[in-house]
Design a protein around this ligand. Sequence first.
Ligand SMILES: N[C@@H](CCC(=O)N[C@@H](CS)C(=O)NCC(=O)O)C(=O)O
Length: 210
Amino acid sequence: MTKTILYDYWRSSASYRVRIALNLKAVPHISVSTSLLDGANKAPGYVERNPQGFVPMLSIDGHDLTQSLAIIDYLDANFEDPPMVSSDPLQRSRTLAQAMIIAADIHPVNNLRIMKYLKEQLGQDQDAVNDWYRHWIIEGFAALEEIAPDEGFFGGKEPNLADVCLVPQVYNARRFDTDMGAFPKLVRIDAACNTLEAFRRAHPDAVKPS
Ligand SMILES: N[C@@H](CCC(=O)N[C@@H](CS)C(=O)NCC(=O)O)C(=O)O
């Protein structure tokens, strides 16, 4: 059997999602740090396997899988416990919508390459870029707060895909000094997730190369 290898970067929130899912499902794997700062994600050997040049990439069962949500979907199909989405179609749709507020609407406009483009091509200074970053988080989190549960996780008694997406995005929000005061439910869910070992072991500080 081939080794399962996660190509990730400690500060990458898309990688952080996959680290959490691998931990929750207790999938044996090793991690290979792929530094975005050093451009390891753009090295020919990497881009040949993942033409987008993004992390994460999961090498599993002889396949190179990309896109964090697609990777988690594969894990969910092959390591069912705990499920990341409900088998009930309505619940599944709700969870995917919550996850996609983050993964499809907040995160893509705040990616490293977008920030670089704002600075290098559009001549924006760091303050303007930071404002941009916070703006899209606040807009997305405002909607997510409206539909967040009053107790428990997004997944109810156990975390699900929406929780897996939330925690890395809250980490990013705090990293960029976003005021979380308007999002008490998201703050509570994030704190509840971070009491769990699977989330703690996936935290950027826990995987940062020394
Ligand atoms: N939609 C992708 C996004 C992956 C992604 O944006 N990864 C970032 C790190 S969080 C990256 O590799 N960025 C490299 C760059 O922007 O050049 C996913 O969910 O996996």
